[in-house]
Design a protein around this ligand. Structure first.
Ligand SMILES: Cc1ncc(COP(=O)(O)O)c(C=O)c1O
Length: 368
C-alpha cells in the first residue's frame, strides 16, 4: 500500500503553463506580470485593498513588524502554541515576544489571557489562526483598540478561513500568509501581507525591495531587505488561486469524511471543533488523545508510521523551546500540545484513504 503523506501540494491547473510562460519570455526574476496578477487576485480573495508578495511567510511577518515600527525594547503578545516563525520575527526586530496560553478546543490564543500580559511596552498582538481555525478576532480587536495596539494576523495556515463571514487577511491591521509547499495554496516558498492601510502597504513595498525609492534608481530611503517573490513563484501562485475555492471545498469534504470515520473513537480522541462564528479551513485536521502524555502520543504516531501513514505532532509550545524557554506553566498548552496529532490533510486523499487512516488509528489506540 502506498505511503500516505501528511501534506502534499496539488498542481492540477495552469501552474505548468504559467511557469513555462515565464521561462519562454525570460521573466524569471522578481519583475514580471505574474507578481502583480497574483497580488491582485489574493487581495480580491481576502477582500482587502492591498496584497504584497514576499519570498516566504517568515519574511512576511518580519517586514510587517518593521513597517509597523517595532523597535528593540518593545513587546508583542503571541500565543505560546505556534510555529516558531511568529516569535522569531519579533526577535528579529530586537523586541520581546510575550507568550500567552491558548484555548483547549482550537489551540488559538486565549483572548482572556491577553489583557494581563499587556504592559506599557506592548505594541501589538499577533494572533495565529492555527491549523486553519481562525482566532477570536472580535475579542482580540476589541482589546487592541482599548489599549491602542496594532494586530497582525498570522494567517500562514488559514487561507480562506473566516470570522462571522469575514475572511482572515482583512481582520487586523494587516495579515501575513505562507505559501510553503504544505500550505492550502503554495508557490513552493512564498508569502503575502494583506492590508487595507495605504501607508502601511507603501511601507511594506519599500522595505520588501531594499528600501529603494520608487522614482529614483539606486536611491535607498531606508535600510530595507531583499524579500521579493519571483515571477515564477507568482505564476504558480496565480494558478493556485484559480483552484483555491476547490481546494477549500475539498478540505471541507475531507474533514467531514474524518468526522464520520472517527465518530466511534470519541471515547479515546477529541475531534476538531469549529466555533459557531468561524469558518475552519482544515489546513491540518487535528485530533487530541483524551489521556496520556507525549510519550503515548508519540507511540500512536509511531504505529501509524509503521502502517505507512505520516502524521505530525502538534507544535511544541514556545515556552519549552530553547530560544524562548520559561519555567512559567501554561496549563492548557502544557497538557494539550503533547496530546495533539495532525492527521494527513491534503487534496490527494480519497474516502478509502480516510478509512485506512481511521482503521490504523483504531489499532494504534488499541481499540477493537
Ligand atoms: C503559523 C505560521 N507562521 C509563520 C510561518 C512561516 O512561513 P514560512 O515557512 O513560509 O516562512 C508558518 C509556516 O509554516 C506558520 O505555520
Amino acid at each position: 500500500m502506498a505511503r500516505i503523506f501528511v501534506a502534499q501540494p496539488t498542481m492540477a491547473g495552469n501552474e505548468r503553463r504559467y511557469v513555462l510562460d515565464c521561462l519562454d519570455t525570460n521573466w524569471i526574476s522578481s519583475n514580471g506580470k505574474y507578481i502583480g496578477a497574483f497580488e491582485e487576485s489574493f487581495a480580491a480573495f481576502c477582500s482587502v485593498r492591498h496584497a504584497v508578495a514576499v519570498n516566504n511567510g517568515t519574511t512576511a511577518l518580519h517586514v510587517a513588524l518593521v513597517s509597523l515600527g517595532l523597535n528593540p525594547g518593545d513587546e508583542v503578545i503571541v500565543p505560546t502554541v505556534t510555529y516558531i516563525a511568529t516569535a522569531n520575527a519579533v526577535r528579529y526586530c530586537g523586541a520581546t515576544p510575550v507568550l500567552v496560553d491558548v484555548c483547549a478546543e482550537t489551540m488559538n490564543i486565549n483572548p482572556e489571557d491577553i489583557e494581563r500580559k499587556i504592559t506599557p511596552r506592548t505594541r501589538g498582538i499577533i494572533p495565529v489562526h492555527l491549523y486553519g481555525h481562525p482566532a477570536d478576532m472580535d475579542a482580540i480587536n476589541d482589546m487592541a483598540r482599548r489599549h491602542g495596539l496594532w494586530v497582525v494576523e498570522d494567517a500562514a495556515e488559514a487561507h480562506g478561513a473566516a470570522v462571522r463571514g469575514k475572511k482572515v487577511g482583512g481582520l487586523g491591521t494587516c495579515a501575513t500568509f505562507s505559501f510553503f509547499g504544505n500550505k492550502i495554496i503554495t508557490t513552493g516558498e512564498g508569502g503575502m501581507i494583506t492590508t487595507d492601510d495605504d501607508d502601511l502597504a507603501a511601507s511594506l513595498r519599500l522595505h520588501r525591495g531594499q528600501g529603494v525609492d520608487a522614482h529614483r534608481r539606486y536611491w535607498f530611503l531606508v535600510v530595507g531587505y531583499n524579500y521579493r517573490m519571483t515571477n515564477i513563484q507568482a505564476a504558480i501562485g496565480l494558478a493556485q488561486m484559480e483552484g483555491v475555492e476547490k481546494a477549500l471545498a475539498d478540505r471541507k469534504t475531507l474533514a467531514a469524511w474524518y468526522n464520520e470515520a472517527l465518530a466511534d473513537l470519541q471515547d479515546e480522541i477529541i475531534l476538531p471543533t469549529e466555533a459557531d462564528w468561524a469558518r475552519h479551513v482544515y489546513w491540518m485536521y487535528t485530533i487530541f488523545l483524551r489521556k496520556g502524555d507525549g510519550n503515548r502520543r508519540d507511540l500512536v504516531m509511531e504505529r501509524l508510521d509503521e502502517a505507512d501513514i505520516e502524521t505530525r505532532p502538534v507544535f511544541y509550545p514556545m515556552h519549552v523551546l530553547p530560544p524562548y524557554r520559561e519555567d512559567t506553566p501554561y496549563p492548557v498548552a502544557d497538557l494539550w500540545a503533547q496530546r495533539g496529532i495532525n492527521l494527513p490533510t491534503h487534496q490527494g486523499l480519497t474516502r478509502a484513504d480516510v478509512d485506512r487512516i481511521a482503521g490504523s488509528l483504531r489499532a494504534a489506540l488499541g481499540q477493537p
